[in-house]
Design a protein around this ligand. Sequence first.
Ligand SMILES: [Zn+2]
Length: 293
Amino acid sequence: MKLHESSRKLARRLEAGTARIMSATLRRDGGRWHVAFTVQVERRDRAPAPPGSVVGVDVGITHLAVLSTGEVIPNPRHLSKTQNRLRRLGRALSRKTGPDRRSGQRPSQRWQRAAARLGRAHARVSNLRRDGLHKLTTRLAAMHGTVVVEDLNVAGMLANRRLARHIADAGFAEFRRQLAYKTAWNGGRLLVADRWYPSSKTCSGCGAVKTKLALSERTYTCQACGLILDRDANAARNLAALAAKTTAGSGPVAARGADHKTRPSGQVAKKREPGTAPAGKTGTVPPQGQDCL
Ligand SMILES: [Zn+2]
């Protein structure tokens, strides 16, 4: 068996006896075979993130994210180029003779080759996206004891067709999932702002709330105090400010811990994130050791 990507990290752990493979799953995707190992790992505790450090993160469309520090995290390199290629390959495929169940038409050789090319391009886009998200969430969890994000109503936004592709692209749900288990690894916490908290419409300077803010307005201009700030940076600052309100003691104001979602029944939802075993020492790692055969 020969792997395309490095499996050294896993091999070293197996040799050292700090990892045990529980199961393996094979999958074919984008013209390649993948094997995902479920591994029980004994990890040393990570260096704790500075507990006092708070960051608000506004996950965006034109950028991957904007932080309350003012830093702008761009989308992964080559992502838009690969997306253009994806569209071109999709059009090329539609011009070729594909399979037709009704007439019994078999797909042509050209169609099959074009379909394979399209599949590989799809895989590349999702790889680029996942890589960008992992780098960002690892850094955020390592540098900040508290990370505050917005609870985006993804289902509602997906109904809006123009936003839909971007939302799906940015992978908000995946972003939150990664942040939840990585902040736990670093002894930090993830706060999720209430869905109705107006992070974009609120002035991060004086707290005034606008009644309307069009999506096209990229700059926040406060009529009350004269603050002028990038729209996303303003939202990120508001999110960061929520952390202080939740630590103040009087219970969650507009934010709540991501791991403590309260269900209508009053029960606390169980954490789904792997790698956050209650004992803290051992836990299953999400299938990040995905290697290609
Ligand atoms: Zn203001």
